[in-house]
Design a protein around this ligand. Sequence first.
Ligand code: HEC
Length: 257
Amino acid sequence: MIQVTTLAKLPQAYKVLFTGFLMVIGVGLMMAGAQIMLTHGMADGKPGLSLNDIVYSYHGNRSGSKLESMLNGQMKAMAPDEVRFAIIQWARDEAPADEWNSKIQPLFQKHCLSCHNAESGLPNFTELADVKKVAAVDEGASIGSLTRVSHIHLFGIAFIFLFVGWIFGLAEFPLKWKLVLISTPFAFLVIDVLSWWLTKYHPVFAWLTMLGGIGYSIASTIMIFTSFAQMWAPRSLWPTMWTGVPSEAPQEATKEA
Ligand code: HEC
């Protein structure tokens, strides 16, 4: 087999360099997972990432406004039913300004502004313009934010996969699977980003986002762990699958290498 060198035969300096890099990337991937759980994971109000979270984040909750869902949820106790219904009805009518002055503003004044004022740090509902933001139907991610997040994500993560794949390229591994593992993260990355745009237009594509994320997490986890093991674990402990040589016959493997 024509091979420049293998991970096992690298000079110590490169083993330490690659190990340091892969460890930081590994922790980074776990942090990314945790961050997804904390932001998107809570989008439907329940912990844990579900398809609904992805739909809420990218497509929005088009059945109603944030104002309406809060008044039916966390803010339910803040006002009597008839007040809540009046506000919800007003939001569904697209928050007309004339009714704000005559009818709705006094209700906010009485039931909401004790907390939602300029001093509290909570969303301030003194002005109509601010209330309108929560009264509008939630359309999910804007084109502007999708464009920004997409290009950062594609550029940044492509570099991570380039280096992880570069290092793993030096591993002893069945060639077919090596090529699959090196290429899938790039494919899943494109699927992931594409799925955000598709989900914005139709919620059915949310499962593609899941698939993309799971796909490149699995591929990079296998690459990172295999690279660690081949740099530091004695050959006798290697699974047969890596070299095609049973680990009970290490002398064979070293002869070939
Ligand atoms: C006792 C204080 C209090 C009162 C009174 C109150 N709220 Fe809230 N409200 C909160 C807090 C605290 C939050 C933040 C909750 C969170 O983020 O989990 C909040 C969040 C909200 C949000 C979400 C804002 C956003 O952009 O995330 C809306 C909408 C809302 N309240 C509407 C109302 C309405 C309408 C009323 C009056 C009927 C009201 N609230 C009365 C404390 C209050």
